[in-house]
Ligand binder design. Structure first.
Ligand SMILES: [Zn+2]
Length: 74
């Protein structure tokens, strides 16, 4: 789990706070229970999602932090 206060967008060169998390995996190298997490700001969530979609990687886009996690102590 990533502490919300340290979360930055995963896009190269972007230092914006992350508002989204993209959970994805590469079926060719990751087993079904593995998930990579990319964080994204509002501007780049579409870019990162399209990058993965273009490679046919299964992915899920969620808010970051999840509402249930917002008050959690990490
Ligand atoms: Zn960004």
């Amino acid at each position: 789990m990533i502490p919300a206060g340290e979360a930055r967008c995963s896009r190269a060169g972007c230092v914006a706070d992350a508002n989204w998390q993209i959970l994805w995996r590469n079926p060719r190298i990751h087993t079904a229970d593995r998930r990579k997490t990319w964080l994204a700001c509002d501007e780049h969530v579409g870019y990162l999602r399209d990058f993965l979609t273009a490679r046919d990687f299964p992915l899920e886009v969620l808010r970051f932090p999840l509402p249930a996690e917002a008050g959690a102590i990490v």
